[in-house]
Design a protein around this ligand. Structure first.
Ligand code: CO
Length: 130
């Protein structure tokens, strides 16, 4: 298992990716519009992992509400797993509250699912299948 990415909620993908790109010498990678998640996402590789910048799409966006309430900042951590269905069963069996009972297609068409921060010490956890 590895940390696939750290998701960061920002007001502007361009500004945030420019800033981190300059500070750390990172190259921008793919950008995805994910209307079903209410965000545009831009990935910047960092070694084997990535930063995922998230800019809200529209007022109903959960990332938009996150920024409104808490300001820009770290939003979630994504763990890459071999078998997301098995991981979700494990999480549920251990009392973790699942936001997504079933995985759904995320950036690049990979299956993802979110786990509620209430049962993971305040951290919104994303699972992503390899
Ligand atoms: Co993510």
């Amino acid at each position: 298992m590895k940390i696939h990415h750290v998701g960061i909620a920002v007001k502007s993908l361009e500004e945030a990716s420019g800033r981190f790109g300059d500070l750390l010498g990172l190259e921008k990678a793919e950008r995805y519009d994910l209307p079903e998640f209410g965000v545009s996402a831009l990935f910047m590789p960092v070694g084997d992992s990535n930063l995922e910048f998230l800019e809200p799409l529209g007022d109903a966006s959960t990332v938009g509400k996150f920024i409104e309430k808490r300001g820009e900042g770290v939003h979630h951590i994504c763990f890459e797993v071999d078998d997301i269905e098995a991981s979700l069963r494990d999480f549920a069996a251990q009392g973790a509250r699942l936001i997504d009972e079933k995985p759904r297609p995320g950036a690049g068409g990979h299956l993802v699912a979110f786990v509620h921060p209430k049962t993971t010490h305040g951290v919104l956890v994303e699972l992503k299948q390899k």
